[in-house]
Design a protein around this ligand. Structure first.
Ligand SMILES: C[S@@+](CC[C@H](N)C(=O)[O-])C[C@H]1O[C@@H](n2cnc3c(N)ncnc32)[C@H](O)[C@@H]1O
Length: 256
């Protein structure tokens, strides 16, 4: 137990590592424990940052922010990610640690599908709305589930473009045998690689419009891909939208 009566997460991590290295650990248990080990790593990074910013608001007020960029850095953007490298390590399922009405542009691609829906996804979109200035914008790109579904049903060509572009570097090509396997990968990519975070929800243009409209964004429109911001390797097969927060409404004049 820690001083505050909370069980030690570090100790739990050590126990998990020990169980994972035991040859008798079953495949099913190992899968679950690898997920837990990943969450423990994120928890460590997040709480280290939270100790520095106990009010969940950092001192800086960046005007351009990238969320979940991984190694893809964009010049002039402040990068928030759950793991290094990033300017701030923060688990955005816990909120966005930026002040209200301060950010002009938020960018993310191939991030949203990695957080759970509805709790974290909807909370993230609400938090983005809170942090944006009036008239501020958020650009979001995700794998286009409608595109994956448009190929189904049908035979899978051995040199399928989606397999070539998305999965050629991964150790899963022998297991993509039918079009439905490709649909499964977009919807619930569950790679066993301990560093791989799975897809937890699938999105298309209509779902993105609904999500941002529900969070009170004034407009949600298709975003024209700009390789100066976005990762060129994400262009193919992705859908991007740009949502704009309402400009300040003119304050009503008191009746004379
Ligand atoms: C598939 S990678 C995409 C990286 C980059 N945007 C790209 O397109 O190459 C997903 C990124 O989201 C980050 N991420 C996942 N869950 C997160 C969370 N709860 N809070 C912050 N970042 C998260 C991961 O660490 C990772 O960098």
């Amino acid at each position: 137990m820690s001083y505050f009566g909370m069980p030690s997460v570090d100790l739990l991590g050590e126990q998990i590592d020990a169980v994972l290295s035991a040859p008798s650990t079953t495949h099913g248990l190992a899968r679950s424990l690898r997920t837990a080990a990943w969450e423990i790593e994120l928890h460590g990074y997040h709480h280290a940052s939270q100790r520095a910013w106990p009010d969940s608001r950092i001192d800086q007020k960046p005007t351009k922010v990238q969320i979940g960029g991984g190694t893809h850095r964009i010049e002039d953007f402040f990068n928030i990610d759950a793991v290094p490298p990033a300017d701030l390590l923060w688990d955005v399922r816990e909120g966005i640690p930026l002040h209200d009405d301060t950010v002009e542009l938020i960018f993310s691609e191939h991030f949203l599908e990695h957080i759970d829906y509805p709790r974290s996804a909807k909370n993230y979109v609400r938090e983005a709305h809170r942090a944006l200035t009036p008239g501020g914008k958020i650009i979001t790109g995700v794998p286009d589930a409608a595109f994956a579904l448009s190929q189904y049903p049908g035979p899978l060509h051995p040199a399928d473009e989606m397999v070539e572009r998305w999965y050629a570097k991964r150790d899963c090509r022998n297991d993509i045998n039918t079009q439905l396997d490709l649909v499964n990968l977009v919807f619930r990519d569950q790679d066993d690689d301990p560093k791989y975070t799975p897809h937890l929800w699938a999105y298309d243009y209509e779902k993105l419009v609904q999500l941002f409209t529900e969070a009170d964004f004034a407009t949600v429109e298709p975003w024209t891909f700009d390789p100066q911001i976005a990762n060129p390797k994400r262009r193919w097969g992705s859908v991007y939208v740009i949502a704009t927060k309402q400009r300040s409404r003119p304050t009503a004049r008191p009746a004379e």
